[in-house]
Design a binder for this molecule. Structure first.
Ligand code: SAM
Length: 195
């Protein structure tokens, strides 16, 4: 067998077995919930800017972005800015003149200053307002009409109602063969409301 195919096959087999391993699932969840007591996901930066994500999720996002090669990533939820700098740095690596369009209800001055100081800021446009506000959606649709391969990442308010509304509003913007990504699904298991 071709060694590359063999490697891929072995990987797929282990992933399939891992998926069925209830003990590993329980241990992983226990570990994540335990680590959350120390706000584990707040410990990381991307290119110097705080990113609120599990490193494994950042790795997975890298794989998805490299596979899809979007020319526009729309993100809801900026916080300190690490995730949009991550997406912008991926756009830089893709070299396809892609852009990142990001919306947050509250872009704090110190976060804006930090984001604007990044060498990757040139790939980013930020909008302040609620991701489900019709006025904001209109701006996003207007911006998105010039792009052909659009990916969306919904990382703002993780309540059921808000995410559902975001899915309804943003799903039509996603290109065929691309993805709409919902991070932080661990929220289902957390006692506190918002990550
Ligand atoms: C989980 S943080 C985002 C983390 C960021 N994506 C990262 O990975 O570093 C959630 C952000 O969503 C924003 N937010 C909350 N409600 C929102 C809304 N209705 N519309 C847009 N942003 C909202 C908050 O201000 C906060 O900055």
């Amino acid at each position: 067998m071709d060694p590359v195919k063999q490697f891929q096959q072995e990987k797929a087999d282990f992933i399939s077995k891992m998926r069925q391993d209830e003990e590993l699932k329980k241990k992983s969840l226990d570990w994540m919930l335990h680590a959350d007591k120390y706000k584990y996901i707040y410990n990381f930066t991307w290119l110097g800017i705080p990113i609120i994500k599990f490193p494994q999720d950042i790795q997975a996002l890298q794989e998805v972005i490299w596979k899809v090669k979007p020319d526009l990533i729309i993100e809801t939820g900026i916080a300190h800015g690490g995730s949009i700098i991550f997406s912008a740095s991926m756009m830089h690596l893709l070299g396809n003149n892609g852009k990142v369009l990001a919306v947050d209800i509250d872009i704090r001055d110190h976060n804006r200053t930090l984001i604007e100081s990044s060498p990757f800021y040139k790939y980013i446009t930020m909008i302040q307002g609620s991701s489900t506000d019709q006025y904001i959606i209109n701006q996003i649709k207007h911006f998105a009409k010039d792009y052909k391969n659009i990916m969306v990442c919904l990382d703002s308010n993780h309540t059921h109602e808000h995410v559902l509304r975001e899915l309804e509003l943003y799903a039509p913007l996603v290109s065929n063969e691309s993805y709409i990504i919902l991070p932080d699904t661990l929220i289902e298991f957390l006692s506190r409301r918002i990550l």
